[in-house]
Design a binder for this molecule. Sequence first.
Ligand SMILES: *Cc1c(COP(=O)(O)O)cnc(C)c1O
Length: 369
Amino acid sequence: MSSPAAPRPKPWIDAIAPYVPGRSSSDSGIVSAKLSANENPLGTSPAAREAFAAAAATLGRYPDGSATALREAIAARFDLDPARVIYGTGSDEILHLAAGAFAGVGDEILFVRYGFSVYPIATRRVGATPVEAPDRDYATDVDALLACVTERTRVVFLANPNNPTGTFLPRDELLRLHGALPADCLFVIDQAYYEYVDAAEDDGGFDLARTAPNVLVTRTFSKIHGLAAERIGWGYGSAEVVTALHRIRAPFNVTTAGQAAAVAALADDGFVEASRAHNARLRTWLEAQIAGMGNAGLRTVPSKANFVLVLFEGKLTGERAFAGLMERGFITRWLPGQQLPHGLRITIGTEDEMQRLVAALREMVGSAL
Ligand SMILES: *Cc1c(COP(=O)(O)O)cnc(C)c1O
């Protein structure tokens, strides 16, 4: 019998399945490539690292709680109003703020079946009910999402590109989805991987966030900018939405070093461009190599992000592929907890890592036949 005096978490907190981060160590202790957390294989902009180091001079002071320099740099870079920029301890915090400010017990939060695993946590944390829309061959199905909207739907989360599938919803479909959502439903467009998408394929997220009262676009410094350790994300929406988020964020939620590093990273177009080009080249190469593995039952879901979801539909199962790669020191992301026991999400690493990964996969496919 449990003690009657013990504090009891709310039932919706007990219902949370904890977030499973990408592993950073292998069973054997050998790590030849960490391809589990979608980090930038080129590291970090040298300018950002210098700015981070320089912040040591003011370690004794609280950070700028208004993140003024960061908001202004973001606004100048993307032609936005600095007063409508929200910033967070990673964009993860902003997702939690969105759920917390706009939903609670009795409300529903909607996202796609193979969506980002933080969405159900952010939903349950505030006592709301997660609703998952069916996919269309792993991609977002706008009609299926719309069919799940009820009068209780308060927030819709959509990652574009999506994680863990890498799929991308084009502009016309994104606008169609927004146009059919109720005006009182907050549409969060999570663009964590947006910098990997060609500029010509703009999904129109910022255009919507500039004008629509119910859209929040989120971005992160963790992925292409290579600042995952510093935990900095930001978002853009209407003054009303952003004001609500500011009310509930922690007062000093982004560090001084993080703000400085982010401002410097944003200005380093060369680093971002090199990262994008590296990723595009090796992602195309990896997809072609896997397609070339014949009838082994491997296929990739078309990706616009810095990772590829590989599906194992033949003799070599996702579980065995994960274990076999792990034995060889490759840490990938196996996703049984996300209804993808047949899927491995593999981050695009360095050229050498990708070549060795493909060689390892070939060997495993060969011995499974
Ligand atoms: C990585 C990721 C984020 C955010 O990461 P932070 O490090 O918290 O900024 C948000 N959304 C998706 C879909 C991601 O994959």
